[in-house]
Design a protein around this ligand. Structure first.
Ligand code: ZN
Ligand code: ZN
Length: 560
């Protein structure tokens, strides 16, 4: 392979071949489908905004709750009812409380849960601790009240009474508290930052879904109402509420829109262990120097601020990328039409001639040349394709007809013209003649119908010029003129090489090979078949006899 061959790919372009089917129906179908495909691509690109690059939001959240309540002669301000929580982007508002005051470290009766109830000291075990107990048992059984006796414990006394939270909730008026949410968002890819507080914000506004949807100050009661929850009901045991901030930003200057949308929903289950509660204590010292505490069990609502969203901006690379992936829709149209034509043909009983033509035009069958042979008989109007390996003589092997034959064959009748009449006596004579050279076993000549073929053991050489008994093609004047005539062959050789030395000793070989070629072109028509076209034994030997090779060792038809 030369450099030139290798560089050939740079100097040429190979275009796929198409078959144009002249049909009004399929033309309209194609037009309609292509239009549909083009429209759907446009729609998809616009609806899904495939012309834009996207980026997820990065954000930070700060909150501040405001409000004061006066309950049971006590003022509850921000420091009292908001408790910092560990989770990021969350705040906790106390709504209900169980207070156990003046607890001291000493011994006292345990709260009467089933395992703590006793009848005598024997039921209590010194030093034992239960998961429900408030302290360590001393081993004594004492009166909890007038009717119940429980084991005595060393604990913070008096122990907290385990009971349900008060109804209605102590701090139910926190419904009117407000929270300001400051949310900074950042889209690093587009180098764009924005705050959820509009620059011209009226600081006395309150969020309302319809009237002021951009106000970042929320009344807690409204939040729960939006989440379809009842505040006073939820205040008793507490719960978790999500405040969703959704940023869907279009940063293209001609469609600019970047403002948050707020949504509210309850996160904890209303039916299975609802509520949020925990305990904390405030410690102080008595005048005697003993440590004392007030224990609070608080119920409240935790608000989780969840920020999500994307920003979009026009990007030509995105557009090209997405369009490129959708061009395949057009390929789909072609496939759909092919399929439709195929189904339509299948539904018609039998193969329609129209489809047969399409099929033939569309597919060029390429066979491995080493596995096929082409055969042409003078009394049959087509070339036959025979696939290897041969199990019997080539003459008797069944093959398939090669339909697309470009050469018009003469009718068998018209072929035997005046010449055949002339040769009629001759033919009889030829048939009666003993076959040339080693014609010892007449059995091997079962494949010859012209009487001029040579016996051979090789199946692929056992081929006659005829399918049925009759005159040999070698006796025809056309064979002499087109194939054998040294005048014609020499002319052809000189045509190729005007200065060819006709006196060369090798000239016979050249003439013989050209005669083979002439025969193939005459009888097979196509140059494509040249290499694998088999010349019948009679013709081959007629050519060999006319232009013999020194030593008589002919190569024969290449089988491998
Ligand atoms: Zn024959
Ligand atoms: Zn023959």
């Amino acid at each position: 392979m030369g450099v030139r061959d290798r560089l050939e790919c740079l100097t040429q372009y190979e275009s796929p071949k198409y078959v144009r089917i002249q049909s009004v129906t399929w033309g309209y179908v194609q037009c309609l489908l292509y239009t549909t495909a083009a429209l759907s691509i446009c729609c998809i690109v616009i609806i899904h905004r495939l012309y834009q690059d996207t980026e997820e939001v990065s954000s930070s959240v700060r909150t501040s709750v405001k409000g004061v309540a006066h309950i049971d002669n006590r003022i509850w301000d921000t420091a009292e009812y908001t408790i910092p929580v560990q989770a990021i982007n969350s705040f906790f508002v106390v709504t209900n409380i169980i207070k156990t005051e003046n607890q001291l470290e000493q011994s006292c009766p345990e709260y009467p849960f089933p395992k703590a109830i006793c009848s005598s000291d024997k039921s209590c075990k010194k030093g034992s601790v239960d998961i429900h107990s408030h302290g360590i048992q001393t081993g004594r059984c004492v009166n909890y009240n007038a009717t119940v006796r429980t084991c005595e414990v060393t604990a913070w006394c008096p122990v907290e009474p385990v009971e349900n939270p008060p109804v209605p909730a102590v701090l139910r008026s926190s419904e009117d508290f407000t929270v300001l949410i400051k949310n900074n968002v950042l889209f690093p890819k587009f180098n764009y930052t924005i705050l959820n507080i509009p620059p011209k914000l009226n600081t006395s506004c309150t969020y309302n879904k319809i009237t002021s949807p951009l106000c970042p100050i929320f009344r807690l009661g409204d939040i729960l109402q939006e989440a379809k929850e009842n505040f006073s009901e939820m205040a008793v045991k507490g719960g978790i509420i999500a405040i969703d901030i959704n940023w869907d930003c279009n940063l293209d200057s001609w469609f600019y829109d970047c403002s948050p949308k707020y949504g509210f929903r309850r996160l904890d289950s209303k039916d299975v262990t609802p509520g949020v509660h925990f305990r904390y204590a405030r410690y102080y010292k008595t005048p005697q120097g003993k440590e004392q505490r007030t224990l609070f069990k608080v119920y409240g609502i935790r608000f989780d601020v969840l920020v999500f969203g994307t920003a979009r901006k026009f990007n030509s690379i995105e557009l090209i990328k997405n369009l490129g992936s959708m061009i395949s829709y057009f390929g789909l149209v072609a496939t759909a039409i092919e399929l439709a034509i195929y189904i339509r043909n299948c539904s018609c009983c039998g193969k329609s001639p129209f489809y047969t033509i399409i099929d033939r035009k569309k597919y060029d069958t390429v066979l491995n040349p080493k596995q096929v042979m082409y055969v042409s008989h003078v009394d049959e109007p087509h070339v036959i394709l025979i696939k290897k390996p041969l199990k019997t003589s080539l003459q008797h092997t069944e093959g398939s007809v090669v339909e697309s034959h470009p050469v018009k064959f003469c009718e068998t009748g018209s072929f035997s013209t005046s010449e055949s009449n002339e040769n009629h006596d001759n033919e009889e004579y030829e048939l009666g003649q003993p076959l040339r050279q080693e014609s010892s076993s007449p059995g091997c000549q079962k494949w010859c119908f012209c009487g001029k073929c040579q016996p051979t053991e090789k199946y692929h050489e056992q081929l006659c010029c005829r399918k049925k008994k009759g005159q040999c093609i070698t006796t025809s004047p056309w064979f002499r003129q087109l194939v054998l005539s040294s005048h014609t062959l020499k002319k052809a050789l000189l045509y190729k090489d005007p200065f060819l030395d006709m006196t060369d000793s090798n000239i016979n070989n050249k003439l013989r090979h050209l005669a083979y070629k002439q025969y193939v072109h005459w009888r097979f028509g196509s140059f494509d078949l040249e290499d694998r076209a088999v010349i019948p034994s009679c013709c081959r030997w007629e050519i060999r006899d006319t232009y013999p090779k020194a030593g008589n060792n002919y190569t024969g038809f290449p089988m491998e």
